[in-house]
Design a protein around this ligand. Structure first.
Ligand SMILES: NC(=O)c1ccc[n+]([C@@H]2O[C@H](COP(=O)([O-])OP(=O)(O)OC[C@H]3O[C@@H](n4cnc5c(N)ncnc54)[C@H](OP(=O)(O)O)[C@@H]3O)[C@@H](O)[C@H]2O)c1
Length: 248
């Protein structure tokens, strides 16, 4: 194995309690990384902790909460403090899938607070250590929505366009360092994302998923993240776009 995963790196994943984040935690741990899994759902994080054993450290963390993020990172045990890999994955479109004029303003604000401000917050906390060690890889989870907008998701699409702009500019700012910056842009992934988008309406979430011939799995996305991380020094994967295709 090559790249930053080769040396027992420490990876912090936001939104590790389900879906893409949980799958990525498993894949990174399998490849020898030590994984700090973060999220708000203590129960689900505890389940992941049991799976990862000594390779995992779970902390409750809400990316919208500056004070809580500062305290959580300050409280990391010494062997876990030098974070080599940041996977900015936490995100949602809760209360979405409606035309803009019907969107709930509080839910829209939450999408921006989580998907954009939270992602920037986590990066700003962790980049200084990466720069001091001149070592690191930041992976931002965008979406097809980062470059291809569609109706009934104006604020979610805006949030993912923002992730894209941030990722591209951040990569330029890191150009004089050995820190790499990658964006992963999946199409539909079969996770709890759709259920939250439809405010817990399982039938509506199922109907949305069924309107596509197939979907990506969280493992598909996790493998693409690992591919970017496993590149040798001197190779930067800027962006990976994944789309589901018919599985024949
Ligand atoms: N599913 C798709 O079709 C799809 C497609 C393209 C991109 N994406 C992106 O992929 C990422 C992961 O989504 P997913 O599909 O894996 O959905 P998911 O299963 O619903 O997972 C979302 C994760 O984000 C965490 N999260 C939400 N708000 C948070 C907050 N304020 N602070 C900390 N963690 C928070 C959740 O953890 P807690 O609830 O425990 O906090 C959960 O672990 C998102 O950025 C999403 O936009 C998804």
């Amino acid at each position: 194995m090559s790249g930053i995963l080769a040396s027992g790196s420490v990876a912090l994943i936001t939104g590790a309690s389900s879906g893409i984040g949980a799958a990525t935690a498993r894949h990174l741990a399998e490849r020898g990384a030590r994984v700090i899994g973060t999220g708000r759902s203590r129960d689900r994080l505890e389940g992941l902790a049991a799976e990862l054993g000594d390779s995992g450290l779970m902390i409750e963390l809400d990316v919208r909460d500056e004070v809580g993020v500062t305290a959580a990172l300050a409280g990391l045990p010494a062997p876990w403090r030098d974070i080599d890999i940041l996977i900015n994955n936490a995100g949602h479109d809760a209360g979405g899938w409606q035309v803009f004029q019907d969107l709930d303003r509080a839910a829209s604000d939450d999408v921006i607070d989580t998907n954009v401000t939270g992602l920037i917050r986590m990066t700003s906390h962790i980049v200084p250590g990466m720069i001091a060690r001149n070592r690191g890889h930041i992976v931002n989870i965008g979406s097809i929505s980062s470059f291809s907008p569609y109706p009934k998701s104006a604020v979610y699409c805006a949030s993912k366009f923002a992730v894209d702009g941030f990722t591209q500019s951040l990569r330029m700012d890191m150009a004089d360092t050995l820190i790499r910056v990658t964006q992963i842009d999946p199409g539909v992934v079969l996770t709890g994302f759709q259920l939250k988008r439809y405010k817990g309406d399982q039938a509506a979430a199922d109907a949305f998923v069924d309107s596509y011939p197939t979907g990506l799995t969280p493992d598909d996305v996790a493998r693409s993240i690992c591919f970017a991380l496993e590149q040798p020094a001197g190779v930067m994967i800027d962006r990976i776009i994944l789309e589901p295709t018919l599985d024949t």
